[in-house]
Design a protein around this ligand. Structure first.
Ligand code: ADP
Length: 229
């Protein structure tokens, strides 16, 4: 399988005041196209930082990220944003919906801003697919946590990303609701071949993915396919 994400020699140091903290050390791994890949590790081990670097939201102090065949170091900020708009989706633990927009607008407005045609139709279709047909005109404050995460999922999938990064997508959800969100993610992977890179605390969820990368103290502890029983 071709590699959709190739990371080599990645390092990240944060500076605050005169203090420097290196939170990722010499990280290297690959993700295959269509793979369901999880990143696990204790809080503070560098998972969110790593995801931001993989998606070109932040830049490393050393090393390379090749995303969808493109070396992110070779792109300027606008070009990285364009690559993200075209190929990348995100889901966050706290949903990050805009409170002043309805469910439908949360999905359609970003798409319209990218100049897409039929943004409303595409958004309605996806909201229907995630089971929110009768909630499209509700505001985030009128939706449950699970419903908000499904809106976020629709927003992430509306421009058919090649790769989707999810940071603790079930972290704020109860078990049943979290399971529904996971099922949807797996269905979308199956239907569209979207690569999934999921940060999770939940080892049960990690064991349902195909590959687990374990971080501790900013270093890779293990990087291997999930054991099949
Ligand atoms: P995780 O997602 O595994 O909890 P993070 O990537 O969020 O880990 O954080 C890794 C380390 O980097 C932590 O020690 C955290 O405090 C630090 N960190 C994260 N973001 C910043 C930042 N913007 N400035 C300074 N330190 C940060």
């Amino acid at each position: 399988m071709p590699k959709i994400l190739k990371i080599t020699g990645l390092e990240k140091t944060y500076t605050s005041g005169n203090k420097q903290l290196t939170v990722l050390h010499d990280i290297a791994f690959d993700v295959e196209q269509g793979q369901i890949f999880s990143i696990v590790g204790p809080s503070g081990s560098g998972k969110t930082t790593l995801l931001g670097l993989c998606a070109g939201l932040d830049q490393p102090n050393a090393g390379t990220v090749e995303l969808c065949g493109v070396d992110l170091n070779a792109l300027n900020e606008d070009e990285r944003a364009q690559l993200r708009n075209e190929k990348v989706g995100f889901i966050f633990q706290n949903f990050q919906l805009l409170p002043t927009l309805t469910a439908l607008e949360n999905v359609s407005v970003p798409l319209e801003l990218q100049g897409a045609k039929n943004a409303t139709e595409k958004s309605l279709e996806l909201l229907d697919k995630v089971g929110l047909k009768d909630r499209v005109h509700h505001y985030p404050s009128q939706l449950s946590g699970g419903e908000q995460q499904r809106v976020a999922l629709a927003r992430a999938f509306v421009n058919a990303p090649t790769i989707l990064f999810a940071d603790e997508p079930t972290g704020n959800l109860d078990e049943d609701t979290g399971e529904k969100v996971i099922q949807l993610l797996l269905e979308l992977n199956k239907a569209h071949g979207t690569t999934l890179v999921i940060i999770t605390h939940d080892l049960e969820l990690a064991n349902r993915t195909q590959h687990i990368l374990k971080l501790k103290g900013g270093k890779i502890i293990t990087n291997e396919p999930t054991a099949t029983l």
